[in-house]
Design a protein around this ligand. Structure first.
Ligand code: C5P
Length: 421
């Protein structure tokens, strides 16, 4: 897969750091939090009692080493690990001052450029899209209301046991923003070709997903099969009329790139229902029995992307096939209940779908199909329309046994929530 450079700039507390780390995790990229480099130099100065006006003298001998370990950034300066001090309020204060110095920026320019040249990087800071990587493939600029940003920062400090008041944090942020925006060299500003994201009312997952959508669109170019497009064009209006089909949440669905649609399962109609609802060519796991019973039916569903699923050990190869498809940027439908719930009550979820999402680091959509048992045409008399509810995607954060368990529960809860709306 093509590796690209993603530049994220924005104000302090707008959510850049968390977004950068989560996004890089999903893409298997390196997250470079450039503020940590500036903070590292400040921490080093404070540690060694070096005055800011002496900085010029030491830069030529400074060796900075930045890497990511166990989900956290590490900064070593001349072999000294300065990581524990990076978030100290005194370090933070000094940082925006040393960030104004041309020699510091020149020094760190080279360090940052090395990461850019390697590609497969998500880099966040203040001047990434404008100065460090004007050639970035995707540029993002993030901002949020100052009160919200203060609240986020304040909570962070409290969590870390730092003694600071809300007013102090607000004042510090305002001063830092002003310095960052008004400094002469490499000021914080939105590059013309950057996407703007206002994170005031967004959750971390929502902002990560917004960028992920842009990235997927850039790196996955695959086209949908003609037969799928024709089937959609012809069969969808018929289905819609026959079942009084109503779809909600379609706007949540990404048009390009890998994802899993996890839906409840009641009838054989569910794969086309979900496929039409999400309006994306999707692949689905179908039990091997369906392929044996009726040759014509088996031929038809194969043409429409069924992957035969054997029970037990054979299930592995179907999941391998699903992994391959996701790797190519395709969409896969899975019914986590593992079997049809003929009465329509939601059965406990098996872990397969959640585990696949965690392993492949792809978004998974909770979907609920409602009133399918009313059957075709009945909606006119009984007023029970078939409803397909598509929820917001869940983004996996880890791939451990415990996490898959939690993630699966979350998925099940989200589908349940949709069933109650
Ligand atoms: O992002 P973070 O809060 O860690 O950044 C700390 C400070 O480092 C910023 O307020 C800014 O003054 C400086 N900085 C910078 N250019 C960057 C990243 C950070 O000037 N690319």
């Amino acid at each position: 897969m093509q590796k690209i450079v993603i530049a994220i700039d924005g104000t302090a507390g707008s959510g850049k750091t968390t977004t950068c780390i989560k996004l890089a995790y999903l893409l298997d990229y390196i997250p470079v939090l450039t503020g940590k480099l500036y903070r590292g130099i400040s921490a080093y100065l404070l540690n060694k009692n070096i005055e800011i006006n002496k900085i010029k003298n030491i830069l030529s001998d400074l060796k900075i080493n930045y890497y990511f370990e166990n989900g956290k950034p590490k900064v070593l300066i001349n072999e000294t690990d300065v990581t524990p001090y990076l978030e100290d309020p005194e370090v933070e204060k000094l940082t925006s001052r040393i960030a104004e110095l041309q020699e510091v920026r020149n020094f760190l320019f080279k360090v940052q450029r090395e990461f850019v040249n390697k590609k497969g990087v998500v880099m966040e800071g203040r001047d990434i899209g404008t100065v460090i990587a004007p050639d970035a493939d995707i540029k993002i600029f993030m901002d949020a209301d100052i009160k919200i940003r203060t609240e986020r920062r304040y909570k962070d400090f409290l969590k870390k046991g730092k003694n600071i008041s809300f007013e102090e944090v607000l004042k510090e942020l305002e001063e830092r923003d002003k310095r960052d925006r008004e400094r002469e060299i490499a000021p914080l500003k939105k590059s013309k070709d950057a996407y703007f994201i206002d994170t005031t009312n967004k959750s971390i997952d929502e902002q990560v997903f917004e960028i992920l959508k842009i990235v997927y669109k850039k790196i996955y170019k695959n086209k949908e099969k003609m037969r799928w497009k024709i089937a959609y064009f012809i069969a969808y209006p018929i289905f819609k009329w026959l079942f009084g089909m109503r779809i909600t949440g379609r706007e949540n669905v990404i048009r390009k790139g890998p994802c899993i649609f996890a839906s409840n399962h009641v009838t054989f109609w569910d794969p086309p229902f979900v496929g039409f609802a999400v309006k994306r060519e999707s692949f689905f796991l179908a039990k091997i029995d369906l392929f044996i019973q009726n040759a014509l039916f088996a031929w038809l569903i194969k043409k429409f992307n069924a992957i035969p699923l054997r029970r037990g050990a054979g299930a592995v190869s179907a999941y391998e096939k699903a992994e391959e498809l996701l790797q190519e940027g395709k969409a896969v439908i899975i019914f986590p209940e593992g079997t049809r719930s003929r009465k329509g009550v939601l059965l406990p979820f098996k872990k397969g779908a959640a585990s696949l999402a965690c392993k492949m680091k792809v978004p998974i959509y909770p979907i609920y199909i409602k009133n399918v048992l009313a059957g075709p045409g009945k909606w006119i008399l009984r007023r029970k329309r078939l409803e397909i509810k598509i929820g917001k995607p869940l983004l996996p954060e880890k791939n451990t046994k415990e996490y898959v368990e939690i993630f699966n529960k979350k998925l099940e809860e989200e589908v349940k929530k949709l069933s109650l709306t």
